[in-house]
Design a protein. Structure first.
Length: 318
């Protein structure tokens, strides 16, 4: 065991390691988009650019032979808290080959030993990864609904078929049209007796990019007494440009009397293995929790999913 330990070297990643890390991720069934991955997460990252590259992209586990058997990414983000800007280090892609998993914590140790960082943050941890974080005396996010998932069925026919495929109930697939019609009927009756505030008050626009109004809107919401990741136009474009540029997402901008009062961002996250067309509500901000605006954005988001042939809309952590 002692000889094996000496053969593993945790160190900061180098540019020549990028291809090996991609191969590593693919071997563990973790998609990583090659050159785009590095460019998007770091080289085009507004915070990384502001730091002029003085930031560790991540760390690898390297054998004496040079083979890469582990990787942990380190993404810089800018947050604000009561007019103070904070540099946040967010983890990404913690992956290690199974036979070297005993050295995984050495990568996490490098992450926790960073200097010149105001906050360490992981928002994508599984339960097992979360246990490792707690071992380094990290604290759970103080948001009880963070892992709560909400669903809206937007196309019953496609959803029912995908559900049966997931359960491997292939013999009942011919019954999908009948079941879909029944569910649609229940939904129609429920909607007759439901109403929501905001109808006729707000105007909502479907967009594929962020205009100057988002900078004005950010100047308003940044005054909240809460921790917020920077959401100006440049940052929002960086967060979502990949999906929006490939028409795999859209923005809903909400206005009242010509003034922007909120927005929502939706990203496609399909499940081709079961034929499920799915979208996620990934960002939702409304000025001063304006009554009716949130409901209006979600309702029109549901309608937009239906128009695009999407079967299911999900929301996590709101």
């Amino acid at each position: 065991m002692g000889i094996k330990e000496k053969s593993i070297n945790p160190r900061e990643i180098r540019e020549e390691d990028f291809e090996a890390v991609q191969v590593l991720c693919q071997s563990q069934n973790i998609p990583l988009e090659g050159t785009f991955f590095w460019q998007h997460h770091w080289l085009k990252n507004p915070t990384f650019l502001k730091l002029e590259g003085r930031w560790p992209i991540g760390w690898v586990l390297a054998k004496d032979s040079g083979d890469i058997v582990g990787f942990l990414g380190n993404i810089p983000l800018t947050y604000e808290w009561e007019d103070q800007q904070l540099i946040v280090a967010a983890t990404s892609y913690w992956v290690v080959e199974p036979e070297f998993r005993s050295y995984s914590l050495s990568l996490m140790s490098r992450y926790f030993k960073q200097k010149h960082v105001d906050l360490l943050l992981c928002t994508t941890a599984s339960r097992e990864t979360g246990k490792a974080w707690l071992g380094f005396r990290a604290r759970p996010l103080p948001q009880p609904d963070y892992e709560k998932v909400l669903y809206w069925i937007t196309r019953y026919d496609g959803f029912v078929q995908a559900y049966f495929r997931k359960k491997s109930w292939f013999p009942v697939l011919p019954l999908c049209p009948v079941l879909s019609l029944t569910l649609r009927g229940f939904d129609f009756i429920r909607n007759i007796f439901s109403s929501y505030p905001g109808h006729g008050i707000f105007s909502v626009f479907v967009m594929q990019t962020f205009d100057d109004q988002f900078d004005i809107f950010w100047e308003k919401i940044r005054k909240r007494k809460k921790l917020l990741v920077v959401r100006n136009r440049v940052s929002l474009y960086w967060y979502f440009s990949a999906a929006l540029g490939e028409k795999q997402g859209w923005i809903l901008k909400c206005e009242r009397q010509g003034t922007m009062v909120g927005y929502a961002v939706f990203i496609r996250r399909d499940r081709p293995d079961i034929g499920l067309k799915r979208a996620s509500l990934v960002d939702l901000q409304v000025l001063d929790n304006m009554p009716g605006a949130i409901e209006h954005l979600i309702l029109l988001g549901i309608q937009e999913c239906g128009k695009r042939g999407i079967h299911l809309l999900e929301s996590i952590g709101f």
